[in-house]
Design a protein around this ligand. Structure first.
Ligand code: FRU
Length: 721
């Protein structure tokens, strides 16, 4: 062969070898159940790599394989370091995955050459919220080629985000594509809405909106990298014509999340809204996103206002905003936009609302008394704030916020009421004290702005149940006004009864059971109850999970609370409000019937998506009275005087030898009221869509029904947009 051709051939063969990058060298992948030769000092790193999230930690993702370094061992307060054995630098880059807290001096992955730190990296999160997602980073270390080095992971930080996550440390000649940081996109606000693509479970990104250089709002968003599960809607109408700058803190190179955001005149799901398969038909739920506690329940200008803990940008809890809905009849709700957005004082946690009839706050306008919202801003410190409105639509945060400084971390959920005898406002606030556990603090104020501590709950049982979301009100016993009691209620709906002199609540009975079911929490009652004929009306957070939907959770039906005397003293009763009767589409009644075991079902022809059932009966010789609604079974066990709702047992005493059961069934849950309202059993439950049946059955004898009725119900959403 021609030597020139041979040389060329050889060159062609060898060239790729010379230019091909050398194989990657894994420095540490933290697999295999031990740190190997890495040395851990202190508690933060434990004795071995973590398998993922540690107890009390949010989900951790973005690491490789089955293990990672996670300095959340025993929590954020633990400190320590983890040091590698020496290794030789042999490639151009040192690449790694890193996540957790951001603190350039206290939370670091360091590269040491000759004992001196020459490179350092920290995690991405510096404020509450954020995500435990690890992302790719790398250092160019070519200048240290051939030198010996060590890596040291340091956690000297305590408190929120006081930990670091590290995994998969590799020497490589190819710079790994790291995520882009603080990526921005500028849009002109021409249309009222911004559509944000959400994929449930995607790593959370911090999405911040800036206008005129000012930060407007910051949210943690499960930003879809591609096709979203659903579109969150941000109302941008207040900024029409302005330039909006959207910033995402970390965006993987292949993510289209930021580009997919678009402006629209009509929300993307407008056609399917309220028609979703798991939309509760008689229970309020937000159009999109997550809800928890009801907030700010108040009657104002002819409308009931229901605010609620809302995450507009996720299916799970987070980014707490106050959502807002109004109703003229307590039954049909129209959701308006969010009114309180997270700000520099923190996310917007639970609270209440009052009408300041006498304009004690001076925040009224042109003779109109203001509606005042009192809420927790849950930053660090966690403080109490107010916001006002004179039209029930637009709300302004008070410039003098906060109105109450932090007492101890996590103090929250102010519920305020007007105390007529002392002509002052009274606030109950949940406060955990180092030596006394969970307490309720009572404050008074002449004007909703200046608050003075009046007293702290005393004499509560050791295992204190008044935890979060206190409510406080006075009720007559048996509807007469000569005996009145004060009720102090906690988030789990357990309550205490006592007296109140305007400053101090004196307990008479404590730790009384509230609801007897499941999935009920953080209830609140309407303030300004004149509008409800003096009724005390409660709505609770109904924990109805709706997988696959673009919304999650709901509220219970409105329930009237009363005090009824019993042999052991006054007890709270729960009665669904009469306004719900207007949902009845049809009445099928079998009143006055005595049913025997084996009798045909009087409701054989009834069908309903949402249903109400009423049964008042003397149990006679029956062993059980069984109601079956949409596949859920509610059994009244006569001998045990117990009701079993879809497998969940609750005491339900006969009253004057009779039992009265009212039941509401929906696509997402059951609410059962028994024993004249003494027993209330909420229970999340998802029937099969095709089972719309109702059945009544008596076992082991016969029972005489004074009332026996089934009512298929209309949807509360009919015609709602
Ligand atoms: C109760 C609660 C409140 C808090 C809110 C935050 O469910 O934890 O104490 O204010 O939720 O969303």
């Amino acid at each position: 062969m021609n030597p020139r051709i041979l040389a060329l051939l050889l060159l062609a063969l060898l060239l790729p070898l010379a230019t091909r990058a050398a194989e990657d060298l894994v420095v540490a992948d933290f697999e295999g159940g031990s740190y190997g030769q890495w040395q851990a000092i202190g508690d933060a790193f434990g004795t071995a790599p973590a398998p993922g999230p540690l107890p009390g930690q949010m989900p951790v993702d973005g690491f490789k394989g089955k293990g990672l370094v996670n300095s959340f061992n025993t929590g954020d307060d633990a400190t320590g370091s983890l040091t590698s054995p020496p290794f030789r630098i042999q490639r151009k880059y040192l690449a790694f995955l890193i996540g957790g807290g951001r603190n350039e001096s206290k939370l670091t992955l360091q590269l040491l050459v000759d004992g001196q730190p020459v490179r350092s990296a920290t995690g991405p999160n510096s404020q509450s919220g954020g995500s435990e997602s690890l992302s790719q980073e790398s250092w160019d270390v070519s200048e240290f080629d051939g030198r010996m080095a060590t890596l040291r992971i340091v956690d000297d930080a305590q408190g929120g985000w006081g930990h670091l996550n590290v995994d998969h440390i590799v020497q490589t000649d190819r710079k790994p594509a790291g995520p882009r940081k603080d990526v921005t996109r500028t849009l002109k606000a021409r249309r009222p809405y911004l559509q944000i693509p959400i994929r449930n479970g995607a790593p959370k990104r911090v999405l911040t909106l800036f206008i005129d250089g000012q930060k407007i709002v910051r949210n943690d968003v499960e930003l879809a990298p591609g096709t979203p599960d659903w579109w969150a809607v941000m109302d941008i109408s207040p900024w029409k014509g302005k330039e909006l700058v959207l910033q995402v803190d970390t965006l993987p190179v292949d993510s289209q999340g930021l580009d997919l955001i678009y402006e629209s005149s009509v929300p993307a799901d407008q056609g399917s809204l309220y028609k979703e398969p798991l939309r509760g038909q008689i229970h309020f739920s937000p159009k999109r996103g997550w809800n928890n506690d009801p907030n700010g329940m108040v009657y104002y200008n002819g409308e009931y206002h229901l605010f609620f803990q809302h995450n507009p940008y996720g299916w799970g809890w987070g980014n707490m905003h106050w959502g807002h809905a109004v109703s003229r009849d307590l039954v049909h709700w129209r959701e308006l936009g969010d009114v309180l957005l997270p700000d520099d004082l923190g996310p917007m946690f639970s609270g209440s609302a009052v009408v300041d009839w006498k304009n004690t706050s001076g925040l009224g306008k042109e003779g109109r008394p203001p509606m005042v919202l009192i809420y927790t801003a849950a930053g660090n410190p966690t403080v109490q704030c107010i916001a006002t409105s004179t039209d029930g639509r637009t709300f302004t945060k008070y410039p003098g916020n906060p109105v109450l400084k932090q007492i101890t971390g996590g103090n929250r959920d102010p519920k305020v009421m007007w105390h007529e005898p002392t002509q002052r406002w009274v606030m109950v606030l949940y406060v955990e004290l180092p030596n006394r556990g969970h307490t309720v603090h009572f404050f008074t104020s002449p004007n909703l702005k200046d608050w003075t501590l009046a007293s702290i709950t005393d004499g509560l049982p050791k295992s204190n149940y008044l935890f979060e979301c206190p409510d406080f009100f006075e009720l007559p016993v048996d509807g007469t006004s000569d005996q009145r009691c004060w009720v102090l209620l906690g988030a789990n709906s357990e309550y205490a009864i006592g007296t109140f002199d305007g400053t101090r609540f004196t307990l008479e009975q404590s730790r009384l059971p509230g609801h007897r079911g499941q999935g009920f929490y953080a209830p609140q009652t309407f303030s300004d109850i004149q509008a409800s004929d003096g009724r005390r009306i409660q709505i609770g957070w109904f924990q109805t999970e709706t997988k696959g939907m673009s919304f999650n959770q709901s509220m219970t039906v409105p329930i009237e609370l009363r005090l009824a005397s019993t042999a052991s003293g006054p007890r709270m009763t729960f009665t669904p409000v009469h306004e719900l009767e207007r949902l009845r589409a049809k009445t099928v009644q079998a009143d006055g019937r005595t049913l025997h075991a084996g009798d045909p079902n009087p409701f054989a022809k009834v069908r309903g998506d949402a249903l109400e059932l009423r049964a008042d009966f003397e149990p006679g010789s029956a062993r059980e009275v069984v109601l079956r609604v949409r596949g859920a079974t509610v059994v009244y066990d006569v001998a045990k005087e117990e009701i079993v709702v879809d497998g969940h047992k609750a005491p339900a005493p006969l009253r004057d030898g009779r039992q009265s059961i009212t039941l509401y069934a929906d696509r997402t849950g059951l609410e059962v009221f028994a024993s004249g309202g003494l027993t209330y059993v909420p229970k999340p439950f998802q029937p099969r869509a095709e089972d719309q049946s109702v059945e009544v059955d008596v076992k082991g004898g016969s029972a005489a029904f004074q009332t026996l009725r089934a009512y298929p119900l209309r949807s509360i959403w009919k015609g709602t947009r």
